[in-house]
Structures are given as structure tokens and as C-alpha cells.
Design a protein around this ligand. Structure first.
Ligand code: AMP
Length: 398
């Protein structure tokens, strides 16, 4: 069965078609500037050159229409008719406490997801637009929602309750939800394979460090704690997000700079993190280049980033009573050997010893620790789309 995987943002949409259960990737693509001048679809049939089409797209239904045209195109397509697409899997960011696993898209399911919009105002409404567009153009195709939060629903209250008046949790659902769950779940399963263990036997600290970044403590294959919170702002330093800060900084800086709550929210989400400290870029490659030229702030941004990941590795090892492995994944985790090296520096005391030669690698599944390291260090490229396709296939063929 061919499964279309859709990851829909407010003005962009990523998609892939995978053949399941063989897991073969058939094509992938990206639609950008939906509803803005200069809309464009970039489509790539695996093994062929990219096909780029600039065409006005006023909304997500237009965008999905062009995705369908690309999938059926006689040169770049992967299906003769849409009947060959057996199911669509949608990424949905916030599933709240309602979805501890992926779920078939039904009217009731959509109503429940809509009810969670307030908890993820930037993401869930866009995800829902993608589902509505696909339902409109593929009314007879089964669809599944795969939630970023589901994997973290196994966290105990001690991990997810904030030390605020309890009534905010009861009244408004203010608690830690965590995100990147599909990625943490994917690398957990892969790590179990690499360690020759069953998934429910592995204890891990998984580090998804890309533009967005989060760590998870995985105990017996289940999430025990994670660094993102009510929103993806908490935890690690990210490209443009601050991660953990003293909450008292918010009223302090707002007062000094005469900023509204909305201004502070934008500052913490869009102008902080690696970009905020370095003043150069949110991209770690630019920071590394600037460091090489002796830029002090770039060096500080790099060091603060590494320090925060190290902090969480230590904390999570303590929470789950030691780990079988530390896993690195996502853009920085998969590609930056120097960042992995700096994160691991000093962790030898916890039995985590990096093999510097083995660490000279990018984007491939590999053991990076020395033979005598008590805790293994694993590099595992993430594949959220495959996880979405797997869940979708499993649910629709049940
Ligand atoms: P992601 O959000 O997982 O797609 O990760 C994107 C981020 O990965 C970029 O913004 C970069 O900061 C980082 N990245 C990608 N390639 C490299 C590299 N070779 N070295 C350092 N950082 C990288």
C-alpha cells in the first residue's frame, strides 16, 4: 500500500509517499509560500531530478491539489490514480492527554483535536487545515493523525506537573506535554535494535538536537521525562528559542524594554537561542564558521548549547537510574561531530566515553562510544515520516 505522509504548517507543507510495509520511499516534496505570492512546489521522485513548479496557491486545498497532480504526473509521479494511495498519515503536533497513540481521523477525533488548538495555536490549526484539504480532495481515503505528544503520555506526574497552583493543570491543562515524540519513539526502537534488546528493555537518554531540540529520558522503552513542556519553548537551547530560563526574567525584561506579553513571547521563541546569543544566525554551521574566525559570542552560544544538553543527559541518567545508551539525532546531533564531542566531554565520569575516531561521521547509524564505555553512544538519523507511515499502515489495515 502507498501511504502519503503530510506535515502541514501554516504556509508550508512537507510530504512523502512510502510503500508499506516495504518502507520504500517513493517520492518527497515541499510546498512553500501557501497563500503568499510566489507559491512553489518542489517535488522529487526518488532517483530523479527535482521538479519545481511556481504556481499560485491561495490555500491548503490548492496546495494539496498540486501535490496530487505531482503524485499522478506521468514523468515525476508515483501512482497512476489516487486509488493507489491507500491512506494518508498526518503529523499533528498537540494531542494533549486525549491521544496516547496515533488515531484514525474521524469527525469526533477532529473535534477533539480542535479543542486542543489553544495549547498549540501555531501548529494544530495548520495541521487541521492539511487534514481538511486532504479530506476534501480524497474523501474516500482513510486518514490517521500521528501526534508529537503521544510518546510522552507515559510520563509520571512527577515529571509533568509544574510547581504552580494545581488548579491551572485542572482548569487549563497546564502541564508538561513534550514534543518531537515521533522522533524519540523512532530512535528508541532503532536503539533497541542496535543494542540487541527488546524495546521494553532499553533505558536511554535520547537527544533530538536540531533547530528545535529536546531530550527524553526513556525507561523500559517508555518516556519517563522530556525537556519540552507545555509548549516547545522549554528545555534545551534551540536555533531561536531560549529553552529554560528563570521565569522572573519575563516581567523584569518586559518592564525594562516596555514589552507586551506578545513581544516577550516572540523574543523568547524567535530571537533567542543560538541566534540570540551569537547575534549571527540560528544555524549551528554559521556559528561554527564564526567561532573559527574567533567570534566570542558565537563561542558562547556553542558552549551554552553543549552545556545544556550535557546538563539534561546527567539529570536524565539520574532520573532513570543509568542508561544503556545516549542517542544523538536530528540536524545537529546527526551532523556535527564537534558538537557531539563537546557534549560528551566530562561525561566519562558517568561511564559515557566517546570514541573520537568513530565520531568522525555524519548521518549514519553508528556506535560512537569506545568498546569499554559502560554506556553506549549511538548516532541514529531520525525518520519521523517513516514512523507516521508505519502507524498509518498499521491502523488502516487493522
Ligand atoms: P533539523 O531541525 O533537525 O532539520 O536541524 C537543522 C539544523 O541542523 C540546522 O539549523 C543546523 O543548525 C544544524 N546542522 C545541519 N547540518 C549541520 C552540520 N554539518 N554541522 C552543524 N550543524 C548542522
Amino acid at each position: 500500500m502507498k501511504v502519503l505522509v503530510v506535515n502541514c504548517g501554516s504556509s508550508s507543507l512537507k510530504y512523502q509517499v512510502l510503500d508499506m510495509p516495504s518502507e520504500e520511499l517513493l517520492c518527497k516534496g515541499l510546498v512553500e509560500r501557501i497563500g503568499i505570492d510566489g507559491s512553489v512546489i518542489k517535488h522529487e521522485k526518488i532517483g530523479q531530478d527535482k521538479f519545481v513548479l511556481e504556481v499560485p496557491m491561495k490555500d491548503h486545498t490548492d496546495a494539496i491539489g498540486h501535490v496530487i497532480d505531482a503524485l499522478l504526473d506521468k514523468d515525476h509521479g508515483v501512482a497512476a490514480s489516487m486509488d493507489e494511495i491507500g491512506a494518508v498519515g498526518h503529523r499533528v503536533v498537540q494531542g494533549g492527554e486525549k491521544f496516547a497513540s496515533s488515531a484514525l481521523v474521524t469527525d469526533e477525533m477532529l473535534k477533539t483535536v480542535e479543542g486542543l488548538n489553544e495549547l498549540a495555536p501555531l501548529h494544530n490549526p495548520a495541521n487541521l487545515l492539511g487534514i481538511a484539504a486532504c479530506k476534501k480532495l480524497m474523501p474516500n481515503t482513510s486518514m490517521v493523525g500521528v501526534f508529537d505528544t503521544s510518546f510522552h503520555q507515559t510520563m509520571p506526574a512527577e515529571s509533568y506537573i509544574y510547581a504552580l497552583p494545581y488548579e491551572y493543570y485542572e482548569k487549563y491543562g497546564v502541564r508538561r506535554y513534550g514534543f518531537h515524540g515521533t522522533s524519540h519513539r523512532y530512535v528508541t526502537a532503532k536503539a533497541a535494535e542496535m543494542l540487541g534488546k527488546k524495546v521494553d528493555e532499553v533505558n536511554l537518554v535520547t537527544c533530538h538536537i536540531g533547530n528545535g531540540a529536546s531530550c527524553a529520558a526513556v525507561k523500559n522503552g517508555k518516556c519517563f521525562d522530556t525537556s519540552m513542556g507545555l509548549t516547545p519553548l522549554e528545555g534545551l537551547v534551540m536555533g531561536t528559542r531560549c529553552g529554560d530560563i528563570d521565569p522572573a526574567i519575563i516581567p523584569f525584561v518586559a518592564g525594562k524594554e516596555n514589552m507586551s506579553f506578545a513581544d516577550v513571547d516572540t523574543m523568547m521563541n524567535k530571537k533567542s537561542g543560538i541566534l540570540g546569543i551569537s547575534g549571527i544566525s540560528s544555524d549551528m554551521r554559521d556559528v561554527e564558521d564564526a567561532m573559527a574566525k574567533g567570534d566570542k559570542k558565537a563561542q558562547i552560544a556553542w558552549d551554552v548549547f553543549a552545556h545544556r544538553v550535557k546538563h539534561y543527559i546527567g539529570a536524565y541518567m539520574a532520573e532513570i537510574g543509568g542508561a544503556d545508551a545516549i542517542v544523538f539525532t536530528a540536524g545537529v546531533g546527526e551532523n556535527s561531530a564537534p558538537m557531539r564531542e563537546d557534549i560528551c566531554k566530562g561525561l566519562e565520569a558517568l561511564g559515557i566515553v566517546l570514541d573520537k575516531e568513530a565520531n568522525k561521521v555524519r548521518g549514519e547509524e553508528k556506535v560512537l562510544s569506545t568498546a569499554d564505555s559502560k554506556v553506549k553512544i549511538l548516532l541514529i538519523p531520525t525518520n519521523e515520516e517513516l514512523m507516521i507511515a508505519k502507524d498509518t499502515y498499521e491502523i488502516v489495515t487493522k
